[in-house]
Design a protein around this ligand. Sequence first.
Ligand SMILES: C[S@@+](CC[C@H](N)C(=O)[O-])C[C@H]1O[C@@H](n2cnc3c(N)ncnc32)[C@H](O)[C@@H]1O
Length: 313
Amino acid sequence: MSHIPVMLAEMLEALAPRAGARILDGTFGGGGYASAILDAAPCTLWAIDRDPAAIARGAALAARHPGRLHLIEGSFGNLLPLLHEAGVDALDGVVLDLGLSSFQIDEAQRGFSFMRDGPLDMRMGDHGPTAADLVATLSEAELANVLFEFGEERASRRIARAIVRARAEAPVVTTLQLASIIRGAMPPSRDGIHPATRSFQALRIKVNDELGEIERALGAAAAVLAPGGRLVVVSFHSLEDRLVKRFFAEASGRTPGPSRHDPRGLAPVTAPAFRLLTPRALRPGAEEVCHNPRSRSARLRALQRRTQEGIAP
Ligand SMILES: C[S@@+](CC[C@H](N)C(=O)[O-])C[C@H]1O[C@@H](n2cnc3c(N)ncnc32)[C@H](O)[C@@H]1O
């Protein structure tokens, strides 16, 4: 079992680690990015992951780079207090590789996969309500909203009704139980996508407050970047990418300007604090997608804080 890092070369080029740089990897995972960053330049790396298993696995990498890798268990949405506690007040680079690691997806006991039987858990960390708790306690309307909002599932109401009917018979506590309830509620799929894909994504996002975490992390990362510092984000589905795209556009002043008839349009415009390094999201090449199918939906975006002179190094 291992995790193949996605768009590793593109991430390194966008992050551009340099000697003496202070960098945060907010999603340590299998340590693939962290290891490549540490090898690329004599920099110092702080690495966060909310999964205690990921932090424990990182000890070997930290031992190989004495004093250069500092592992922190916690959520990247809390990166400011976590860094503050670690005595870090400014960074030259932040990277976020969103979503799950292969370690998490492949381990049936974590409950992320509708292909493997396991407890309906889906927590990346080890506290808070599980997916089974949500499935047991949300009302039919709340369940439908979660499936629609976080899974863009058009059959959300039909699936919610089937779940509520099933849980009246017996508690829904395993992944395969839920997958079979969803399959029973859906017409056969014509696109080859497993009928439970969108519902599992939705529950996972809700259990881990993934979108809230991303919003908090983007603001915090931008606040902590020193002049010239870079923020690189790799996202895997449209809900994540939309948040990143919008935040990057606003930070770099790429939001639509006011109408020329709007008197506010005459107000002096201050130069944006950030420069967009990727006017369009970068996508993995065909060879990577062939070699690592999990990379197929990846999108990489990067942003850089301008220096006082406005010229980024
Ligand atoms: C796609 S993996 C990262 C893989 C890593 N870049 C590598 O090359 O091995 C995502 C990791 O981020 C962690 N993660 C996701 N959301 C998080 C959050 N809000 N706070 C901290 N860690 C999070 C997950 O637990 C998972 O280990």
